[in-house]
Design a binder for this molecule. Sequence first.
Ligand code: FES
Length: 165
Amino acid sequence: MSNTISVNGTQQPLPEDPRTSLLDFLRHDLGLTGTKKGCDHGQCGACTVIVNGIRINSCLTLAAMHDGDEVTTIEGLGTPDKPSELQKAFLEHDGFQCGYCTPGQICSATAMLQEIANNWPSDASESLDGQMTITGEEIRERMSGNLCRCGAYANIVAAIRDVAE
Ligand code: FES
């Protein structure tokens, strides 16, 4: 037990109250408010972060359960001056309207594309020239845990596809 957690590359002490959710720890204790609270019940995906390379709903887990883990939030993926490829693609494709779900969408898509790349070729289609391809349908299925109440799905899928290809 190290009683610390790595968040965006910085070691942080775990919260004293073992009942603190990972979401509340990130937002309230560390001030990383890019991660959003939507339903607080594992239904919407707004709170998605990446833990040890896997996307999870941070509202459904306690910070204390992640002793020694590596957490990446939207703040750790890019900055306004140096956005990630997905962040740029969301801007280019207008992959949001109100933007509330966007951090979760981008964290989820980042980990999802890495999952596919790690398991390719079994996990994705192969184009005629041997490149990894992913259909809009595959993206919709894999991103089904991230809801967008504005309904910007077409542009979200377009942004992800742009980076996947
Ligand atoms: Fe965690 Fe909705 S706030 S899934």
